[in-house]
Design a protein around this ligand. Sequence first.
Ligand code: GDP
Length: 421
Amino acid sequence: MSDKPHQNLAVIGHVDHGKSTMVGRLLFETGSVPEHVIEQYREEAEEKGKGGFEFAYVMDNLAEERERGVTIDIAHQEFDTDEFYFTIVDCPGHRDFVKNMITGASQADNAVLVVAADDGVQPQTQEHVFLARTLGINELIVAVNKMDLVDYQESRYKETVEEVTKLLKQVRFNTDDAEFIPTSAFEGDNVSESSENTPWYDGETLLEALNNLPEPQPPTDAPLRLPIQDVYTISGIGTVPVGRIETGTMSPGDNVSFQPSDVGGEVKTVEMHHEEVPQAGPGDNVGFNVRGVGKDDIRRGDVCGPADDPPSVAETFEAQIVVMQHPSVITAGYTPVFHAHTAQVACTIESIDAKIDPSSGEIAEENPDFIQSGDAAKVTVRPQKPLSVEPSEEIPELGSFAVRDMGQTIAAGRVLSVNER
Ligand code: GDP
């Protein structure tokens, strides 16, 4: 690991606009593609008699692999600039992106939006911008990509910038915080080096813009919240719950409580990487052991917190959601599965309290009969089994969720307030 501050970066945009290619290009040009992968492609290139070793060849190979149905894992790839150490979080389009973005280790700090200049704003462009907004991404770098396909015309670039600006204003993104860059991920224009093909552009390259992002907010001083991923029994130690600390710290001697299972006790030991540690903090994956808590007392989806400030358990909660894709309409009484941190619980949308106008953030309609794809709304949610969540204003790490049904993510949202049991 590096000493530089860390950024989780999401790369969003409509399918085929060039997200994977852009990530590939960033990794390649920052020297972050593992040596053995480069070597493998170099050898193949030579075998096939393709002169030299070209980035395009690497990407062609990836494209071929994709056609064969091999998953290319561009998620969790890493690269660094002078200022920051970046981790690419799951890419949309990849299975379960939204779910991972919300429930996994992959909450993004900032995002790159890729929009192809020859295709403009498309449904997923809109959806991802909505999502980024809902999940609290602050800064957006917009790569107006595939400039090579529009002959590097400034007019086409400007049209795309205008179209995207309109979209950002709709969801009240501060467009002063968005930066636009004409790129070709394929040819490498304005990614790490200023391109001669765009003499009319004198702004930053993509890597410069990434390097100049503001530093991510430091973790909140919220109390301990540790969603449980698994519970093991280890001989000689006993019951060992494991999970990632989202907020706060944990030390031996702490008095903790697991919710909603509602059991607790004193922490005996905390381990990281199979070694006992005196304290663990946000981002640390830990295994620990609590006096008197057995394997059957707790389960995945529980959240561990201080006994004197335990995780909230919702009887109901109010939330703001964005409907991303639903084949028909959502009405009160609908009961899909909510994924929040490590929990998966069927929840009923008890009432749709208001439809929100994304352009103003104001209430557009009180108590609408239904909502559908593209709508933002305030809803009241009743978990069908006990569920621990927190208002996202207080603990953002425990305040967002994905809504899944029929094998796909149909909505995403954040918790506004919790009515505790
Ligand atoms: P994703 O679905 O957004 O990840 O898009 P991909 O990165 O898979 O790219 C989709 C297609 O567009 C592939 O065939 C790429 O080779 C091509 N592509 C990506 N970026 C560019 C670009 O800047 N210029 C051109 N001409 N093609 C591009």
